[in-house]
Design a protein around this ligand. Sequence first.
Ligand code: GUN
Ligand code: ZN
Length: 439
Amino acid sequence: MSCRRAAHRGAVLHLTGDPAAGGSLEYFSEGALLVDDAGRVEMVGPANTVLAARGEEVAVVDHGDALIVPGLVDTHVHYPQGDIVAAYGTQLLDWLERYTFPAEGRFHDTATAAAAATFFLDELLRNGTTTALVFGTVHPQSVDAFFAASEARGLRMLCGKVMMDRHAPDTLLDTPESSYADSAALIERWHGRGRLLYAVTPRFAPTSSSRQLAAAGRLLAEHPGVRLQTHLSENRDECAWVARLFPDRLDYVDVYDHHGLLGAGSVFAHALHLDDREWRRLADTGSAVAFCPCSNLFIGSGLFDLAAADRHGVKVGLGTDVGGGDSFSLLRNVNEAYKVLQLRGQNLDPARALYLATLGGAKALGLDDVIGNFAPGKEADFIVLDPCATPAMANRAARCADMAELLFATLMLGDDRAVARTYAMGRCVHGRADGRPSG
Ligand code: GUN
Ligand code: ZN
């Protein structure tokens, strides 16, 4: 018998779909999640029902009063930027020059890349993130290091080599031809290997020539199922620069559209300064956007308009955007998302908040058939959240009238201290040092 088949007892919560489109928060306050031998969800429901159906030989892991929720999904993050979080004093274009490019320059060295990948994955799992769409650097070996480390831990991860052929230091530049060849070789080596997927990764329009963006479009056309990640409309100076660089294009979205980069499986980070035409085009092509509130606040880029995304039917996930974002924690990002939307006169209720951090992210990545909630057959990536992780949380939890209130308080007040355990395909890949809650 595999050690993976087990019934996990606790308060189980997940989303059946987007609450903004008829989905709902399903919860079992005394619930259980049954994981099968292969690490997939076998059953979820009231503990009594699940335990009665489980058969005698199945282990029971009792998580006490903790909340069992799907693993968190980070739809935009840079693993080589772990060293520059909380860099002082600049906005996007200066920040790239002053902090980001020098940090990424060190990733030609495979030992540096391997150490950074290990640190990054430790941080993700400590923060309850089980899947992420990740930028490497321009160096193909950075992606090899990341995928090798992810594979060793059995994680579902997406990554790509940055394509960048202008407006950056010479040592960080590739060419349309070399970026095409290097990306194609990485796709061959990693895409679809176990739980890993490749994402074609032009950094953003200012650092790619039209020829390089066309090469990215060719890679997508030639490799169905490969994803695309880039930045879009993050900072006003960046938007003005793109308009100057691509005078023949209608707008920023049209730059990517013209080169064949929109579509289901394409994730555009930030999307802060879009007009209606751009939102419509993203919606019509099934493209997704990554809402990165910590980053948008920290580097002063702007306030995301979730209502506009909803109005146009554009898929949205959450991104930490480390190192523009100052936290690896998606819980901290949910908290800041709530505040950004408050400033916009919009609302983020507890069900939608958990949706964006789990199933919504999975949908944005085109992975909602395999992760994001506890539908039977899905990969059992889940986390155990301690709603009493700090004295302030315990105090607040004691006064919650129902599960929705407890979930909201946990999402707002939680960070890595609230993540008691993280599981990938039913295997525990992180446990908080104090071992609480029990099990
Ligand atoms: N735009 C282009 N590159 C980057 C990056 O590394 N981080 C962020 N936040 N925006 C970018
Ligand atoms: Zn980014």
